[in-house]
Design a protein around this ligand. Sequence first.
Ligand SMILES: [Zn+2]
Length: 699
Amino acid sequence: MRLLTLCMAVFCSLFVGRKTYAQKEQPALDFITAKVKVQPDFDTKSITGTVQYTFDVKEATATFFIDAQRMTIAQVLLDAAVVPFTYQDNKITITEPLAANTSHTIAISYKASPKKALYFVPDYMGRDQIWTQGQGKYSSNWLPSFDDMNEKVEFDLSVVYKKGYEVIANGALKETKVLNDSLQQWNYDMTHPMSSYLVAMAIGIYDKVEETSKNGIPLVNYIYPEDSLDYKFTYKHNKEIFDFLVDEIGVAFPWQNYKQVPVKDFLYAGMENTTATIFSDAFVVDSIAYKDRNYINVNAHELAHQWFGDLVTETEGTHHWLQEGFATYYALLAERKIFGEDYFLYKLYESAEQLTALSQSPQATSLLDPKANSLTFYQRGAWTLFALQKLIGKANFKITIHNYLQQHQFDNVSTADFFEIATEVSGVELTNFKQQWLENVSFPSQQALAILTEYDFIKKYLALAGERTQPLAGKWGALVKALEFPVNNYLGQEAVYQLAGDTSQEAIAIYDKAFETNNIFVRQAIASSMSTIPIALKEQYETLLQDPSYATIEPALYHLWANFAADRAKYLEETSSITGFSDNNVRILWLVLALSTPEYNQAKHSQYFKELTAYTSPDHHFSTRQNAFSYLESMNAFNDQALLHLVNGATHYNWRFRDACRKILDDLLKKETFKKKYVDLKEKLSQSELEYLRRKMEL
Ligand SMILES: [Zn+2]
């Protein structure tokens, strides 16, 4: 049965003709190809372009539309002739009788100044950076296209931009043409269709490194030239992840190539645009940041989406787990390959705990609720696949995945499509399984626990975690044992967290042992959880400042500075050249502490303050700015420059950062002094900043 299903699926995929795609609102039409030519303009944050679609009419129709938001439409040509159109409710509508079984072209010339989906962001050196984000934002903000994911089109993008820049878009770069002294055209070509939300481009100054996968797929990895030393840590295990996922999924990579581009102030961690993942440059890491905040998970997650999301796309939000749950699960499998089984199991344990807690809250939903939160779509989705694999067996699971992708390639899918195949392949009745894992609101914690406790590591971990409520005397031996060589990252951390900063003689003996493990994660747990440092541990604690982990150094520096006033200058001297993560966590803390230490380099304090304030500027990543803003607020030290940058932050497109800035701004505006300051500064605000501030105060 299994083999037969497999063969039939392969047979189908070889002989089936082109799939047709129907949008829910206009099932009579099928759009097939798109020739897009666009020219973004950085200075005016606008884009002009043309898009020509070919389409088939399946049933006679009198009218049809294309989605386009807030654009100026210059002209519409139907089969090369100018036609009238209406443009309202974000739709370009053409009213023209079209007979059944005919094919046509429609070409639209337009201009747009998108408020979202296309972003113009100066990079750290002040150079142009332009990139798109379709999912959740609608590509129809910059390209007349289809908001309905069920319409899949083969999009070929041509982009005109300044010479010297890299232009990355979906598909294969066919040619670059020099148009004149300053402009160049980049022609990209796709060979298969995709939903409009996956259409993408990124423009910036980049170096690129090409690898080739085991099966010959070009992998092109972009990096800012100034970050070239971080390349090997950012893209560590890149080819290994790619080759692993191709094997594990069991279906060849569906597209011509795979490109990855970091961008500044990205909205999410990463986005799986077909063949062209865009990711946050916060994941561009050095050898030290790699240990705590590497790109591995996001790399594998977005890559897995090239199959789950891009090749097979949900028909609607109800089935969102078919994208996020699958990408999360396969990323976890890739991480298991790199970081080992304990890592894999601990992540599953952690998410099971979070999902159990969510189950007991009013926010709990089933996995098939289109309004489910991301914990549900991602982690419960991944758990569902892990549990299914346990239930039907590895071989059946792999054949299910293979047949599902083969039968529905370049198509849209529902949960029923997937389970139909799983049931057929495995011969297992899955009604109960679906009820528990997908349909019930509560997460099946007992089943998850039963699966996890098949593993020795989890048994040991849970036994240790079971000691949490015990007094130290009752669990001393268990904690010591957890720190014995070779220490396990998670058991060791758990032992330290259970000490909870206890400074008794008995606890100090265990801390001694924890320091001596030399395990970076165990030591990190000490740095973050011990705020009162007993003299007996001072010397050991000071060695944390040399650990190769910015997540260790930041709290260690703060706690040492707070505990031992006499040694503040020494600690500052020792850490004066450390920047930290991409949010400058160590450097910004360092500046704040230096400014709060009168005896340390007093002559340089004004320089330190200048540097701290400069971190609030748009030249920096928003996480750096957010860090600087919060410290300035707690120091009550906003100067004119920081005040201006704060309003700029309050109008930023990234809502998390924007909201953080707005909250600080609201607090400042409670004081008359700051209101007066803003009145004096108003000439220096941009139009949109001024408009925002006028909603908050008289200006
Ligand atoms: Zn995802």
